[in-house]
Design a protein around this ligand. Sequence first.
Ligand code: KIV
Length: 288
Amino acid sequence: MKSHQSGENARPYEPEKNPAIRRLTAGAIKRRKGKSIFPIATAYDAPFGQFVEAAGIDVILVGDSVGNVVLGFDETTPVTLESMIYHARAVDRGTQRAHIMADMPFGSYQVSNEDALRSAIRLVKEGGACSVKLEGGRDEAERIRAITGAGIPVVGHIGVTPQTAGLGPGFKMRTHRDRLIDDARSVEAAGAYAIVLEVVDYEISREISEMLSIPTIGIGSGPHCDAQVLVLHDILGMYPHSPSFAKRYAEMGTLATEALKRYAQEVRDAVFPARSTALEAHLRERMP
Ligand code: KIV
């Protein structure tokens, strides 16, 4: 067996336990282009990361949508780099092989290439991210180049860009073909390995998907993209304000409220906890 060390204390080479190589890589995701369409879901903590992975979804986005669906903000703009690192780290702990793509939050990359690179490095080193995603097209190409130049894979994000949408352009479908194509080409040329198209005209999305050699990841942009991404809380019905393009595959918010109501009622009615000598004996045995 191969070993990294020599001598008596040499540990066996265990690729499965080496976090640097156990996860799906950006390169492997890039090579999916033109093969089958693949799903991506967001996750923000260990148990849901585990559920996503158990569902066979091997690319997890730790999105700054955490601001809306977990942290109670109305938008993603206030999300901090520290929050993103915290949530990425939790997903990292809860998963084994999935690729963890982490969002660079607003303010963590716009000021300078140095800032952007520093933030990306923190997401990888402290958050366990395998790649980072940032919003913007042609105007952010320089940042993408700086980060990929340091060996960190980057995903671009064009169309509706929620970090700044509330400051002006809004959330309406993006239909400016020439601008979108220019943005997509700039992101690819800067070295991104994939690109999110958010609420982009379906035909323009198709055109961009055919034109680029990197996978397009659609959200609200129709069926022609190479991958689709949805926010976990929309998929599971845990967020009351899902966008119209999302599909809710469960109503877990309703389920949770029903379960909590039953628990509360059982406590009020003195039904829970039930009298059980067996349980009491078991608990007694576990005491130190
Ligand atoms: O933050 C997020 O979840 C995203 C997706 C909507 C693409 O960026």
